[in-house]
Design a protein around this ligand. Structure first.
Ligand SMILES: Cc1cc2nc3c(=O)[nH]c(=O)nc-3n(C[C@H](O)[C@H](O)[C@H](O)COP(=O)(O)O)c2cc1C
Length: 172
């Protein structure tokens, strides 16, 4: 029988897995949210699929499941203060719309593209995804979306924010 796992070591090892740090946009039934997430990765090339693991208790979970879409905003490496703003659900009062279209969330200007999931205007690159699969895993569900719209600079995509640029951890 193998030795029991040391939970602290397990956490530190899993925290060492390199990851990006993104802001997930979601929208359903007139409600929108932005949420900081690092458990996100591309999982297929044909079709082009991106997966994100979302806590089953999160507002984002409810909105992605109901709205059938999500976006990922990629931030500049110096923009780490932005992710701190989206570690709690955004109150409805902090969502500003003009002419029925959401223009800012918690004071951050946003844009809507193919699906209606908000994308940070300051994002250096972004993907907008239509939900294709959902895997129920326990604490989190993995939502897999097909990339239906994408944005970024001409030429090379700029270096984007990663977990290692912050002193934050998640998971483990
Ligand atoms: C650095 C960092 C990374 C995070 N990554 C994830 C993640 O990948 N998935 C997730 O469900 N929550 C993640 N969270 C927690 C959510 O940002 C936070 O619980 C969120 O406000 C809950 O989502 P909601 O606003 O949709 O309710 C992370 C938090 C931090 C600080």
């Amino acid at each position: 029988m193998s030795a029991p796992i040391d939970a602290r070591l397990r956490r530190r090892v899993l925290w060492a897995m390199p990851s990006g740090l993104y802001v997930v946009g979601s929208a359903a039934g007139g409600r929108v949210n932005l949420m900081t997430a690092n458990l996100a990765v591309q999982v297929a090339t044909e079709p082009t699929l991106v997966a994100v693991a979302i806590d089953v208790a999160a507002l984002t979970h409810r909105l992605v499941a109901a709205g059938g879409c999500f976006s990922l905003s990629f931030l500049a490496r110096e923009d780490r203060a932005v992710v701190r703003r989206f570690v709690k659900p955004v109150p409805e009062a902090d969502v500003v719309a003009e002419g029925g279209r959401v223009v800012s969330v918690a004071g951050e200007p946003v844009e809507l593209h193919a699906t209606g999931a908000p994308v940070l205007a300051r994002a250096v690159a972004w993907v907008d995804c239509a939900l294709r699969h959902r895997l129920e895993l326990g604490s989190h569900d993995v939502f897999v979306g097909e990339v239906v719209a994408v944005g970024g600079p001409d030429g090379d995509v700029l270096p984007v924010l990663r977990m290692e640029d912050t002193r934050m951890h998640y998971g483990g």
